[in-house]
Design a protein around this ligand. Structure first.
Ligand code: WTA
Length: 572
């Protein structure tokens, strides 16, 4: 293998001294328990609340009247909230939920675009000890039903526009007692009439705080549950990896329907005292640069698909904006191409810092720190207090340089606490004491990790994690379809696109129009982002003798690669 290109860091050139200035030494003596008291605030009884730690604890400091959120909507609407505003409004939200009969442990799901009330309702839910769940606004009735039913959600927080998607399924959700429509004037009146002070619930470290449904290879999405104590990991990674200082303006481009938007757009980022920007509009190259410029963004956390879309427009566009405040840029969600790092250096004079983690890990795990050199193309090294290794399928560590499963020793605060109502699935993640991530990679002699690919059929399209089973299920609901096999097909911009192989009913005539109809069907019933951009009709799907679709064979065929071992195939 060729020696990697290294981006050396020279501390004398740092514009801001990094919060962490020596990775190796700090790592040696680090323990989560040692730092907990200093980094987060416990109540005098030793209990805690993640929402209090993120926001309310700052009210005794000069952060109280600092801007917590600059919000900009798709039509240029703007709102500004201080930490005090966010604390008071989330208190009001908590009070309202209590009036609606919400108790500790109840599930409150939030189905909103990135409007201020999404952030406020999330915090209000945690404050009263209920469990918050977030739902992408791209979800349609099937995706919504699966999540609301499995979680037994009691309350859904949404808006007028999105609430129409709930109407058809509401009758099938007996636990859902209330749908709160935030842009309904009655709701606004109810909310603003609530007290803005609240008895925040004191929670145990392991009490559940939020849950997020995420996709695997098989079955419907699973509810990954995180606890209140996770805030310690989210806070410390925001401090040491995002490198948030009190005077930074920070922009995370993720949606809180995704774990990045929860850990680093609500919990860790506010806990570290960031002033953050939220832009709820769609991706647009010039608009994004405008946001970086106008809000004087200094730290920017985004994703490879977005970076590739920016790259496609060239660096001349960048030069039309004044981005001199930008000092630290990072990426997450998919492999970050070396080319993207080199482009970042040309366009912004800064390297993108890759971070690797998952819904299950709750915080960044393999990271590039501001103070450490970047091996271009590597995901970096494990965060403090987290042990990572490459192991074989039986959980035995492999020698340096050997490809295997990226595995972690569980035990850091934001490691998932359970899978909702599915202990068996939770247990299946662990082998020989290791948490097996589902990703494959290798580690070099300096302890840097390199990504190879997924070990399973999970698809990453524009950074979103999509399970093939969900898409296949949506497709077979269409009357023309007998069965469907779905894979991720490599794509230059989106990382992967969803491709479906479909067997039609005998009397159905294949056509391009039908392909379009099938794509639309998935878009309308499952989710706006999880539809197949490519469809191919075939006579038969490759299957195992037990009837399982062999997606790896579909993929190999698509890529013109050897099909591999087919001895367990039914016939092919
Ligand atoms: C992929 C996202 C390569 C990986 C926070 C992982 C990455 C899955 C990277 C988790 C990266 C995330 N390089 N691949 N830096 N970061 N991934 O749960 O396959 O939506 O398992 O969490 O995204 O996706 P999830």
């Amino acid at each position: 293998m060729e020696a990697p290109q290294i981006f050396h860091k020279d501390p004398s050139t740092f514009r801001t001294a990094p919060n962490l200035n020596n990775y190796e030494d700090t790592r040696k003596s680090f323990s989560w328990d040692d730092v907990a008291d200093k980094e987060i605030a416990f109540f005098p009884d030793g209990k805690l609340n993640a929402a209090y730690i993120a926001v309310d604890r700052h009210l005794n400091t000069d952060l109280a009247s600092k801007v917590a959120l600059y919000w900009e909507g798709d039509n240029g609407e703007k709102e500004i909230f201080t930490y005090r505003d966010i604390a008071h409004r989330s208190n009001q939200f908590g009070n309202l939920l209590k009036k609606k009969g919400v108790r500790r442990g109840d599930r409150v799901f939030i189905f909103l675009p990135r409007v201020p009330l999404l952030y406020i309702s999330f915090l209000g839910t945690l404050k009263i000890g209920a469990i918050a769940g977030t739902l992408f606004s791209a979800f349609q009735e099937q995706a919504l039903f699966d999540r609301l039913e499995n979680s037994g959600a009691k309350i859904l927080v949404t808006n007028k526009d999105l609430s129409t998607r709930i109407e058809k399924i509401r009758g099938k959700l007996p636990n859902l007692s209330d749908v709160l429509v935030v842009d309904d004037p009655n709701f606004s009146a109810q909310l603003t009439s609530q007290e803005n002070s609240l008895e925040i619930e004191h929670m145990e470290k392991d009490d559940y705080a939020f849950m997020l449904y995420t996709s695997g290879t098989t079955g419907k999405p699973k509810g990954v549950v995180h606890k209140h104590y996770a805030i310690l990991s989210q806070h410390l990674t925001a401090k040491f990896v995002l490198d948030i200082h009190k005077d930074d303006i920070y922009w995370c481009t993720a949606d809180p329907g995704w774990v990045t938007g929860i850990s680093y757009e609500i919990l860790g980022s506010w806990s570290s005292g960031a002033t953050q920007v939220v832009y709820s509009g769609r991706f647009d190259t010039e608009k994004w640069y405008q946001i970086l410029q106008d809000y004087k963004v200094s730290i920017w956390y985004t994703a490879p698909t977005a970076i590739r879309m920016l790259m496609a427009k060239g660096e001349e566009v960048v030069k039309r904006f004044s981005l001199s405040n930008l000092r630290h840029i990072l990426s997450v969600g998919e492999p970050l191409n070396p080319e993207a790092i080199r482009w970042g250096l040309k366009a912004f004079g800064l390297p993108f810092h890759d971070t690797w983690w998952q819904t299950e890990t709750g915080c960044m795990v393999l990271v590039n720190f501001p103070c450490t050199d970047i091996k271009i193309g590597s995901m970096g090294r494990p965060f403090l207090g987290i042990d990572a290794e490459i192991v074989d399928d039986n959980g035995n560590p492999l020698p340096t340089g050997t490809e295997g499963n990226i595995a972690l020793i569980p035990g850091w605060p934001s490691m998932m606490q359970t899978i909702w109502n599915n202990e068996e699935k939770y247990k299946s993640y662990f082998v020989n004491g290791w948490y097996i991530s589902g990703d494959r990679g290798w580690k070099d002699a300096d302890g840097y990790f390199w990504f190879v690919g997924r070990a399973d059929d999970v698809i990453k399209t524009s950074g979103e994690r999509v399970g093939p089973f969900e898409v296949e299920s949506a497709l077979v609901e269409h009357p023309a379809v007998v069965e469907a096999g779905v894979i991720g097909k490599p794509d230059e911009v989106r990382g992967e696109i969803i491709k479906a192989f479909i067997v039609l009913k005998p009397n159905v005539t294949p056509s391009d129009l039908l392909k379009e109809e099938l794509s639309q069907h998935v878009k309308k019933h499952l989710a706006g982002h999880a539809y197949p951009r490519e469809i191919e009709f075939i006579d038969k799907l490759p299957k195992t003798r037990s009837g399982k679709i062999m997606r790896r064979i579909l993929k190999a065929k698509e890529m013109g690669m050897p099909i591999g071992d087919t001895s367990t195939l039914e016939e092919y």
